[in-house]
Design a protein around this ligand. Structure first.
Ligand SMILES: Nc1ncnc2c1ncn2[C@@H]1O[C@H](COP(=O)(O)OP(=O)(O)OP(=O)(O)O)[C@@H](O)[C@H]1O
Ligand SMILES: [Mg+2]
Length: 247
């Protein structure tokens, strides 16, 4: 049976294409339509800089694990700037060009002052910030979702947004995510954090429900994982009514 390609397949393909760019030390820009577009994500687990061309084709990315942001708030300003400068420098070297402008994204529900701090980090690293957009909006556009729910499970936060006609109708962000899950595994199995992190990422270690993420609870009811409750899944999904009632 031929299965129709879904948005998820297309997104996965796109991510694989982006992933493949990391194999190239030097990237020839002749194959791309300029000017390049740059996006910065200051996450609680990773700082990522991605570069696309005018046709949104993946050109390159650089990322580094970092603990400079907590719950969407920059807590280590100088470290954040330093890491971002480093990533920018690496990309400029690989692309043999200066990257001057960047867009950045913010978690849903963040206060104006915190948004300013995020764009200040990006500016201090040497970019001129052209756009600041909501993370769920960026994810929905990337995945081509015009009507549906976007769940972004990060390291420290999980954002859930309802998208209608391409517009974000409602968003919420919960302070729970992959880091919390790793801590639960670490405690339950008496592993160091780094070992628990590896264990978590290894396919086939746990029930299907856990492996996908807490958000797939319901679909995998039979696999109800104890991790689900202990990582905040219960709290997050107790708010699902709010998500639907709000729209
Ligand atoms: N293959 C995998 N299986 C399970 N979890 C994974 C896998 N790869 C990464 N993760 C988890 O994803 C989390 C990092 O996700 P991501 O880079 O989206 O977070 P972030 O954007 O930095 O955080 P936030 O959105 O909360 O600010 C980490 O907890 C990491 O352990
Ligand atoms: Mg994130």
């Amino acid at each position: 049976m031929i299965r129709e390609q879904t948005e998820m397949d297309r997104s996965n393909e796109y991510l694989l294409q982006m992933d493949a760019t990391s194999e190239k030390e030097f990237i020839d820009l002749k194959q791309f339509v300029l000017p390049l577009k740059v996006g910065v994500d200051l996450g609680t687990s990773n700082i990522v800089v991605t570069v696309l061309d005018q046709k949104n084709r993946p050109v390159a990315f650089e990322m580094e694990p970092a603990n400079v942001v907590k719950d969407g708030i920059v807590v280590q300003f100088l470290d954040a700037v330093r890491i971002l400068e480093k990533l920018k420098g690496r990309l400029e070297q690989r692309l043999n060009t200066k990257l001057e402008e960047a867009a950045t994204a913010i978690p849903p529900g963040i206060m104006t002052g915190n948004t300013k701090v995020i764009s200040n980090v990006v500016e201090n690293a040497g970019f001129h910030v052209t756009h600041v957009i909501d993370e769920p909006e960026a994810a929905a556009v990337m995945m081509g979702i015009r009507d549906g729910i976007v769940v972004d499970i990060g390291g420290g936060t999980t954002g859930v947004s309802a998208v209608k006609d391409g517009q974000i109708m409602y968003s919420m962000d919960e302070p729970t995510g992959g880091t919390h899950m790793t801590l639960v595994i670490s405690g339950a199995m008496e592993l160091e954090f780094s070992e628990a992190e590896q264990y978590k990422k290894k396919p086939g270690q746990l029930s299907a429900g856990f492996y996908h993420d807490p958000a797939c609870y319901g679909k995998n009811g039979a696999h109800y994982p104890f991790f689900y409750e202990r990582t905040g899944g219960t709290h997050l999904f107790s708010r699902r009514n709010q998500l639907f009632e709000g729209n």
